[in-house]
Design a protein around this ligand. Structure first.
Ligand SMILES: CC(C)(COP(=O)(O)OP(=O)(O)OC[C@H]1O[C@@H](n2cnc3c(N)ncnc32)[C@H](O)[C@@H]1OP(=O)(O)O)[C@@H](O)C(=O)NCCC(=O)NCCS
Length: 198
């Protein structure tokens, strides 16, 4: 890569098995991620299938398909919710939506303004919560939970068997949200690797 003028290269999230060739080629661990899974068994007592309370219902009613005119505010939310390295731009948002054969892009609205968004993908039997971010000014009010419930409801309705999500080990808030909603931490996590020319 060096001879092509590449200074830095970063992998997607990899299992330790898939990481091996990169490590042998000189990549180093940039971030450890937890991998969590939710089993979408065919049963009718999933929390995401039933109403919670008025506040949760109001947020759920505000969810809409993400549209091109939401993008500026969605990216602004993303940039305020994530630290610089993980922030999305127009391309990464489009890539997240294209990463699987089908995807759902939802925004939570306050009036007409997005205050959170989620991208969920599905490939066959498996679903992936690809991205979730809530405006820091609106966190802790149930928006994240409503977006995750919407993701699970959609995957369930499409017959998916599992929903997967990964999150940085130090993202205790996201971890608390996912575990609280019934995701189980998998024994083996994932890693993101980085290679630098120096
Ligand atoms: C993680 C995030 C999406 C949560 O969204 P949110 O709207 O604040 O979450 P909610 O208000 O719906 O909270 C749902 C659950 O999360 C947990 N939670 C929320 N705020 C919390 C806090 N301050 N501390 C610990 N746990 C918290 C609780 O388990 C809560 O359950 P409860 O409502 O029954 O108490 C939001 O904090 C965020 O955008 N963070 C930055 C981006 C990010 O990390 N995205 C996920 C990457 S994998």
């Amino acid at each position: 890569m060096r001879h092509r003028g590449v200074e830095v290269a970063v992998t997607p999230a990899l299992s330790s098995f898939d990481a091996q060739p990169f490590v042998s080629a000189g990549f180093r661990v940039l971030e450890h991620l937890h991998l969590l899974a939710y089993r979408l068994d065919r049963r009718d007592d999933h929390a995401f299938l039933s109403a919670h309370d008025e506040q949760a219902n109001a947020i759920t009613r505000s969810l809409r398909q993400g549209r091109p005119w939401h993008r500026r505010v969605v990216l602004d939310i993303d940039q305020r919710a994530f630290e610089p390295f993980w922030q999305f731009d127009t391309n990464s948002l489009a890539e997240a939506r294209r990463a699987t054969p089908t995807a759902r892009y939802r925004v939570a609205l306050d009036g007409r303004t997005p205050i959170g968004y989620a991208v969920t993908g599905r490939a066959g039997d498996r679903g992936y919560l690809q991205r979730l971010a809530v405006d820091p000014d609106h966190q802790g009010a149930g928006v994240g939970r409503a977006l995750v419930h919407d993701c699970l409801r959609w995957l369930y309705s499409k017959g998916a068997g599992h929903a997967m999500v990964n999150t940085q080990e130090r993202n205790t808030r996201a971890l608390a949200l996912y575990e609280h909603l019934g995701f189980a931490r998998q024994h083996e996590g994932l890693v993101v690797l980085r290679w630098t020319a120096t």
